[in-house]
Design a protein around this ligand. Structure first.
Ligand code: GCU
Length: 592
């Protein structure tokens, strides 16, 4: 049955008037050519390659002087960090040149884009010696159109990757995770035919309703004013909307949908087709909002049984990227009886987010505004806004993502507040359907006094995150029994970090650091304490799995690993794992 979408020209209605990013959405549903695999690499600590490596030149004859050769250089796998692929690169930070050759058959009317899932940290991309563009930020995707540079036959794609840390970068020069460098996620050519295509779209249940689905479509190309068809076969829904001269169109439809939730992660096949292009996606419909100190999912209060996690590969270590890595990590979270994961401290790969959608795990996604950064530097702000925009652009159609986090443990000072206020404003403009949060760690009070959360950043947020390390960095685990907490915000509180280190398999007196018993005791007292905290709406203890960190050097204990995992990087479940699992099972039972 043909239904008419309400095509909305109403001014000021909740959406901006063009897609926020040039990112091509939902690449896995596009026609693509994978460029993963072995790439030749040249490690270039003095950035000597700027003189011409991008040309991928070959010596013309025996007398010709060319002092580099990709053909003769070692290979490295893409996707993947270089640190865990070559021992001598474990601590390497700096420029590395990557080259991939591929043959291509050009066809009339096809537009092509080269797409990177992520490159840490800075990437400069060349195709057949011509620069396509630059990208900064190690955890968000980017694409460059490359029609004119692409050749019939043999092509050479060269990328200068540089993971050198800088004080004006985001993150800045100091952070508690390994600075894995490289082309860390998938690379592909995207082919779009016809030349006007569906670049991005948004579709979600409108907040405060259970039957109004709304969204927008953004076409990219010369013939931008088009009729786009939206199909939701399972709902026998078929409607059309018109895009304007900028290729932009909005829609709203009224339909009873089976709503997505952790216990029922319902996804619908949704098909957008227009201008001869068709994009299919799997969409969950749900609403997320706050009411006083409660977080409401689909209009009902929900407690977030969560765990924090890094994008570290289980067992083999290194930057995680594959569907298998995601399966292992998120299955461990499910085994803990979690319904929520905090993906720290940067946007994780799309495999994890899409799996969370299917598994029914709600997601906290964060940009790496971590500890202290160059708050007053306009370039730092612009860089952060780009990362924020692209984090949202990639995942805004995922029902699982409920929280956008602006920062982690940043110092209380005016320039920081101004900076993060700007990010929150940007976020609300781009995506008004989700909640905004940050992980704070400044509280008033000391000694036995009550601790009061009053960081002014709390006023900017919908949900307040709190990192506290009572029992590890200060006090003893049992001090939690007596400590009182207050908050000046009548907003939901998530204890976004608490925890302590333990070496898996090390057992001893509960008072002895680094034993599983010490960590378990800390969890015991923490889990009792948090239940007395005001406005508690969720938890994400630090951390799911031990992870590599350059800040953790204790021999025989840390060996460059943060050992606060409830699971070791070898998959050993520590005592605290089972305590947390039991605690969540009880809550799940009580809130059924
Ligand atoms: C901090 C920080 C984490 C860090 C953790 C720790 O709070 O947010 O990134 O790893 O504490 O000290 O282990």
């Amino acid at each position: 049955m043909k239904r008419c979408l309400v095509v909305l020209f109403l001014a000021g209605w909740a959406y901006a008037s063009a897609a926020p990013s040039t990112l091509i959405a939902n690449v896995s549903a596009r026609t693509t050519v994978s460029l993963n695999g072995s790439w030749r690499v040249i490690v270039d600590p003095f950035e000597n390659g700027r003189s011409g490596f991008f040309r991928d030149a070959k010596a013309k004859d025996k007398s010709d002087l060319v002092e580099y050769s990709f053909d003769a250089s070692p290979v490295i796998n893409v996707p993947g960090d270089w640190n865990t692929q070559r021992e001598q690169l474990m601590f390497y930070e700096g420029p590395v040149w990557y080259r991939r050759t591929f043959s291509y058959h050009k066809r009339e009317g096809i537009r092509t884009f080269v797409y990177f899932g992520a490159v840490n940290y800075k990437a400069i991309v060349y195709l057949n010696g011509e620069k396509l563009g630059e990208h900064e930020g190690g955890f968000t995707p980017f694409n460059f159109e490359c029609g004119s540079q692409l050749r019939e036959g043999e092509n050479s794609l060269v990328v200068e990757v540089n993971n050198a840390r800088r004080p004006d970068a985001v993150p800045a020069a100091r952070f508690d995770w390994w600075n894995y460098g490289g082309i860390t996620r998938d690379v592909m050519l995207i082919e779009v035919l016809p030349p006007t295509f569906i670049q991005d779209y948004s579709i979600q249940l409108q907040r405060g309703t259970d039957n109004v689905v709304s969204g927008w479509v953004q076409l990219n190309g010369a013939r931008a004013a088009q009729t786009v068809v939206l199909d939701i076969p399972e709902l026998h829904w078929h409607g059309t909307l018109d895009t304007n001269a900028n290729g932009w169109g909005k829609f709203r439809l009224t339909e009873n949908v089976d709503r997505w939730s952790p216990d029922h992660p319902k996804l619908y096949d949704v098909v957008f087709s227009g201008a001869g292009d068709t994009v299919r996606d799997q969409i969950g419909f749900r609403t997320i909002e706050v009411q006083g100190s409660k977080i409401l999912l689909n209009g009902k209060p929900i407690f977030l049984r969560g765990i924090s996690m890094h994008e570290e590969a289980p067992f083999r270590e290194g930057r995680a990227f594959s569907p298998e890595d995601a399966e292992t990590l998120l299955s461990w979270a499910k085994e803990l009886d979690c319904n929520f994961v905090r993906l720290a401290h940067y946007p994780h790969n799309e495999n994890e987010i899409r799996l969370a959608d299917r598994m029914g795990l709600m997601v906290w996604s964060e940009i790496p505004v971590y500890w202290d950064i160059d708050w007053t530097n306009p370039a730092t702000l612009a860089n952060t806004e780009n990362q924020l925009r692209d984090m949202i652009a990639r995942d805004h159609n995922r029902a699982a993502v409920i929280l956008w986090s602006m920062s982690n443990e940043t110092p209380v000072k005016p320039e920081r507040l101004t900076f993060i206020k700007q990010l929150a404003q940007d976020t609300r403009k781009i995506d008004s359907t989700r909640l905004i949060t940050s992980a704070l760690n400044h509280v008033d009070g000391s000694g036995a006094e009550p601790r009061t959360l009053s960081d002014p950043l709390g006023d900017v947020l919908d949900v307040v995150g709190l990192n506290e390390y009572l029992g590890w960095y200060w006090g003893r685990p049992e001090d939690a029994d007596k400590l009182e907490w207050k908050s000046t915000f009548n907003k939901p509180l998530i204890v976004s970090e608490f925890g302590g280190g333990a070496v898996a398999g090390r057992h001893g007196d509960p008072g002895e650091r680094w034993t599983e018993e010490y960590q378990d005791k800390l969890f015991q007292h923490q889990l009792a304490m948090v239940q007395r905290m005001p406005n508690l709406a969720g938890l994400t203890p630090w951390v799911l799995m031990d992870f590599r960190s350059p800040l953790r050097m204790l021999p025989g204990v840390q060996e460059y690993h943060n050992r606060k995992g409830v699971i070791s990087n070898r998959g050993q479940r520590k005592l605290a794992f089972f305590r947390l699992q039991k605690f969540y099972a009880k809550i799940a039972d009580e809130t059924k």
